[in-house]
Structure formats: C-alpha cells, structure tokens
Design a protein around this ligand. Structure first.
Ligand SMILES: [Zn+2]
Length: 124
C-alpha cells in the first residue's frame, strides 16, 4: 500500500486566527474566540494523545463493515481536540500517544467510490 508512505498526506490542515492566534481543527472560516475572519492555514503535526474513547457496536450508516470500531477524543499537541476513529491498535488507554494516518472512511453505495479520511493510530 504505497500511499501510506506519502507523508504529507498524513498531516492535518486546520486554521490559525491571525488576530488572537487560536488554532482550530477542523479548519474554520471565522474565529470562534474573537470572531475575526482573518484566518490562515495551519499545519498540525498530527500527533496527540487520547482523552477518552469508546467502542461503537451500533454503526452509523456506511460504517457497517467496520463494526466494532473505536472512536476517541484526541487532544493534539498544539491544543485543539477532535473526535476521530482509532485504528491499528491492540490496546489503548487514556493518555496513549497517537498520530494521524490516512485511511478509507467508507465506500459510497452504488458508485463504489472510496473516500479517504484522517484517522489516528498509536504513535510508534
Ligand atoms: Zn481569533
């Protein structure tokens, strides 16, 4: 799976407010803190740690093939928290260091179109 080696795809693009320097992920067009719309692209390291997690046994539509799966709240090194799926792990706990990786999110019903998205796995 050569695409996994393409490093820059693993990075997380968010935004940074140029007025108050608050960071956001996913990116925002308007700062939630100071309401400025003067934001620019910010590249996160993709590293963080698990704040909380839970195993999902009743999947949302489109996720049936992946049940059960684990959803966690990850706090990025740079500060923002996000909800994400954790993959490729034997055991995780609160505080486990994780990093972003690009994985197939789901395939569209009839078209078979594959959508990729960011997930997290334990950091090596
Ligand atoms: Zn701001």
């Amino acid at each position: 799976m050569a695409w996994r080696r393409i490093k820059q795809r693993n990075c997380l693009i968010g935004s940074e407010c140029n007025e108050c320097k608050t960071l956001f992920y996913p990116p925002k067009l308007k700062c939630k803190k100071c309401s400025s719309s003067n934001l620019s692209e910010f590249k996160f390291s993709g590293k963080g740690s698990i704040v909380s997690f839970s195993e999902i046994r009743n999947p949302l539509y489109g996720f049936e093939k992946q049940t059960p799966y684990t959803i966690a709240i990850v706090k990025l090194e740079e500060g923002p928290m996000l909800t994400t799926q954790i993959v490729d792990f034997d055991k995780i706990e609160i505080g486990t260091k994780v990093e972003s990786c690009l994985r197939v999110m789901h395939t569209e019903g009839h078209s078979g179109m594959i959508q990729y998205g960011t997930k997290f796995k334990p950091a090596e």
